[in-house]
Design a protein around this ligand. Structure first.
Ligand SMILES: Nc1ncnc2c1ncn2[C@@H]1O[C@H](COP(=O)(O)OP(=O)(O)OP(=O)(O)O)[C@@H](O)[C@H]1O
Ligand SMILES: O=C(O)[C@H](O)COP(=O)(O)O
Length: 401
């Protein structure tokens, strides 16, 4: 895989595919970790006289402009971090993008509007994706892939565009792969994997492969309810991936045969409705219930205190830990305790600890932990999980030839 040192970038338009999918509260960025993570690549290219065109997705808009997912606030923050203005294009491949890119001088940078405002970006149709990649390719001479958090997506800017331009990996992707490789080689055991978060349908499948690798798998976050249901219990109105229940039952049976320990929550913190994370209004019907007695209508929003204690015990003797996905809706203080407890348990262990994922990394930082105390904070959750599974990642494969 070529790196930016292999490219002659001076005076050239360099397209940098970043993952600037940061958490927002309105237009306020609540954690800028992903912007800081890619800034060194952009700065290095600018220093070498490149005309840098940065692009990213943000959230999951439906293939058309949607102001709540605008990257405009990110352009401002990127400019602060780089110490120079970032011209913002109000579209991705339209008149604004073309004009902004054409106006770039050497050592100047622009950020395009959200790639996913265009249906071609995420299309499953090769021709539609290809047509959008052609439009993106017209904006640049060279391509640098550095959006590690999105390399598991077969999307136009991640997969199709690098095939159209001379390309290289950015500094962030180089660094991420360097560290994650350690978890695919000789891992120190016990190797404990902690899974949570809300992208349940995306991530249940990775367990298939982890069963052959991890010694212990701890399940929290939105993921836990499919496991609780697989044990035959009701989950009220909690996040449930009903079609995955038989799959999870098969995992539980296979884990027994393989001697892999699944640790499933014994209690959960619930409310009758999703908390208001914007206003942080107090939750007046907060309750902790046993995992096998979740009342109808209740929404499980965090692991309970007994589970937090149990997870801490299961992490205490770990020598390697990979954690993706918050244990609860940590964005509201009423449901942040489980995530806080797991982060603390990682620090209390003597393990090599890797925390992966946009929200997982944001959780660690916004809950006040010192990120330098962890072995590695990865910008990719789904991406690092799929890498650890040994899957071919479209955004890495595309950079490899
Ligand atoms: N019980 C739950 N019900 C609903 N949402 C939950 C629950 N527990 C956690 N979450 C939410 O999960 C979200 C994060 O999940 P996600 O799978 O996106 O993790 P991530 O670390 O960002 O990984 P990735 O980088 O793959 O997106 C948080 O916004 C959190 O509020
Ligand atoms: O947060 C992430 O995991 C990446 O930015 C990818 O986002 P996606 O799951 O919406 O493709």
């Amino acid at each position: 895989m070529k790196t930016i040192d292999d490219l002659d970038v001076a005076g050239k338009r360099v397209f940098v595919r970043a993952d600037l999918n940061v958490p927002l509260n309105g237009s306020t960025i609540t954690d800028d970790g992903r912007i800081r993570a890619v800034a060194p690549t952009i700065a290095a290219l600018l220093e070498r006289g490149a005309r840098v065109v940065v692009a990213s997705h943000l959230g999951r808009p439906k293939g058309e402009p949607d102001p709540q997912y605008s990257l405009a606030p990110v352009a401002v923050r990127l400019g602060e971090l780089l110490g120079k203005p970032v011209a913002f294009a109000t579209d991705t491949v339209g008149d604004s993008a073309k004009a902004t890119v054409a106006a770039l001088g050497d050592g100047e940078v622009t950020l395009l509007e959200n790639l996913r405002f265009n249906a071609g970006e995420t299309s499953k149709d090769d021709a539609e994706r290809g047509a959008f990649a052609d439009e993106l390719a017209a904006l640049a001479d060279l391509y640098v892939g550095d959006g590690f958090g999105a390399v598991h997506r077969k999307h136009a800017s991640v997969f199709d565009l690098p095939a159209r331009l001379p390309h290289a990996a950015g500094l962030l992707i180089e660094k991420e792969l360097g560290v994650l490789k350690r978890l695919t080689e000789d891992v120190a055991r016990p190797y404990v994997v902690v899974l949570g978060g809300s992208k349940v349908s995306d991530k249940v499948g990775v367990i298939d492969n982890l069963l052959g690798k991890a010694d212990r798998i701890l399940i929290g976050g939105g993921m836990m309810f499919t496991f609780i249901a697989a044990q035959g219990h009701g989950v009220g109105s909690s996040l449930l991936q009903e079609d995955q229940i038989p799959v999870v039952q098969e995992y539980l049976a296979r884990a027994k045969e393989l001697g892999v320990e699944f640790v499933i929550p014994v209690d959960t913190a619930v409310s009758g409705s999703f908390p208001d994370v914007k206003t942080q209004a107090p939750v007046d019907d907060y309750a902790v219930v046993e995992a096998d007695a979740i009342p109808a209508g209740a929404l499980g929003l965090d692991i309970g205190p007994k589970t937090a204690q149990l997870f801490a015990e299961k992490l205490a003797d770990a020598r390697t830990v990979f954690w993706n996905g918050p244990m609860g809706v940590f964005e509201h203080p009423a449901f942040a305790d489980g995530t806080r407890a797991v982060a603390q348990a990682l620090l209390d262990s003597n393990a090599f600890t890797v925390v992966g994922g946009g929200d997982s990394a944001a959780a660690v930082r916004t809950l006040g932990f010192d990120e330098t105390k962890f072995g590695h904070i990865s910008t990719g959750g789904g991406a690092s999980l799929e890498y650890l599974e040994g899957k071919t990642l479209p955004g890495i494969a595309a950079l490899e030839d």
